[in-house]
Ligand binder design. Structure first.
Ligand code: ATP
Ligand code: MG
Length: 369
């Protein structure tokens, strides 16, 4: 029988700082997985961020955005650095990232926080609390108080100066992020906790009603609701109770950073940003780490795990994703550590650089039966 080869085109944006180093390793992992799973990946590497500024004068060239839009998924390294920190807003690398998210219309941001048994000592929490944590924050990314109108600095009726912003969500915005939340929970352990402030905010009451209505489409997923102040507390007290957390833009911004610190290892954490259709954007949560750039010291695992998210949430290639996750665990089991996750444990650890860590992950991918 003829075997059908699946083909995907991937836009690769290495960016700045350690971005090109971790991306080069992650690309190799994707190529190998492709050859083992019968998937063909076409890569198109494009400039983005500070390096694009130096090359073209803008942080997100039109060619980069249109390539990204036409591809099946976008893989980003990291952007920014001291060199561009004093640029005006429209000439900052970070502005390019906002433009990219806007251009791809990605409204859902997925950030896992997993405490791996091999790295439990890196957690900022006590071992008993941290052990076994495996949760996902699904954050609404393009609405809410960060974008709502009216906004500004002005004067009130008494002539006093005021600053004001508006939390506003349309039903379609809540419904679509709720569906991403339910679908994500469904792919995981089928428990969804929607976080809001419905006891105080009308926008949150509306949020809660819509999420509850969408729940009828997903009878297999168990839905609960929690107020955001309680959620912030529970994340530190007993994070194991959470599987998938669904929340709005501002609460998600705060809770996903809080959740990442439970794991304690910024070099390990991937993220995905998804739209309704069209390519998703996959990137590590860490920045460009200019202090260690070009020294082969960066931990490539966050970018490699972003590739796993690209396969699972971007292309629906769950087997290939699982293989990468297993290879990362296997590599850690063997004791390989980059500087950021190196700690005096009771088993032997081997300090490696970015490239060598990548080579070990490739070996582990290949070693799986
Ligand atoms: P952002 O660009 O989002 O503002 P940031 O400046 O807050 O990011 P990062 O660039 O993520 O922070 O890095 C903070 C520090 O963490 C770095 O200086 C670096 O020492 C370390 N770090 C970040 N990512 C990695 C990684 N992948 N491997 C090793 N160390 C890392
Ligand atoms: Mg930075």
């Amino acid at each position: 029988a003829a075997t059908l080869t699946k083909r995907y085109s991937i836009t690769v944006l290495p960016g700045d700082g350690i971005g090109p180093e971790t991306i080069s390793v992650a690309k190799d992992v994707l190529k190998l997985i492709g050859s083992l799973e019968g998937i063909e990946f076409g890569f198109q590497e494009m400039p983005m961020g500070g390096s694009a500024l130096d090359l073209t004068g803008v942080p997100l060239p039109d060619e980069t955005l249109s390539a990204a839009k036409q591809s099946d998924a976008v893989l980003l390294g990291a952007i920014g650095g001291y060199k561009w920190d004093n640029n005006p807003k429209h000439l900052k690398p970070e502005t390019g990232l906002l433009q990219l998210r806007e251009g791809l219309k990605v409204f859902a941001n997925l950030r896992p926080a997993t405490v791996l048994p091999q790295l439990v000592d890196s957690s900022t929490l006590k071992k008993e609390v941290a052990e076994g944590v495996d949760l996902m924050v699904v954050r609404e990314l393009t609405g809410g108080i960060y974008f709502g109108k009216p906004r500004g600095i002005g004067t009130n009726e008494n002539g006093e100066e005021i600053g004001f912003n508006t939390e506003v969500y349309a039903s379609y915005e809540i419904d679509r992020i709720a569906r991403v939340g339910f679908e994500t929970a469904w792919k995981r352990n089928k428990k969804l906790c929607s976080v809001d402030k419905a006891n105080v905010l009308e926008a949150s009451m509306f949020w809660r009603n819509r999420v509850t209505a969408i729940a009828s489409e997903y009878p297999d997923v168990e839905l609960s609701h929690m107020y955001v102040d309680n959620a912030a507390m529970q994340l530190v007290r007993n994070p194991k109770q959470f599987d998938t957390i669904l929340t709005n833009n501002i609460f998600g911004d705060i809770l996903s950073d809080e959740a990442s610190m439970i794991t304690g290892s910024i070099g390990m954490l991937p993220s995905a940003s998804l739209g309704a259709s069209g390519p998703g954007l996959f990137e590590p949560i860490h920045g460009s780490a200019p202090d260690i750039a070009g020294q082969d010291k960066a931990n490539p695992l966050a970018t490699i795990l972003s590739v796993a998210m690209l396969l699972k949430y971007g292309l629906g290639e769950e087997n290939a994703a699982k293989r990468i996750e297993n290879a990362v665990l296997d590599t850690l089991d063997k004791g390989f550590r980059t500087g950021d996750i190196y700690s005096a444990g009771n088993h032997i650890q081997k300090l490696v650089g970015c490239k060598e860590m990548g080579e070990e992950v490739l070996k582990s991918v290949e070693g799986q039966v």
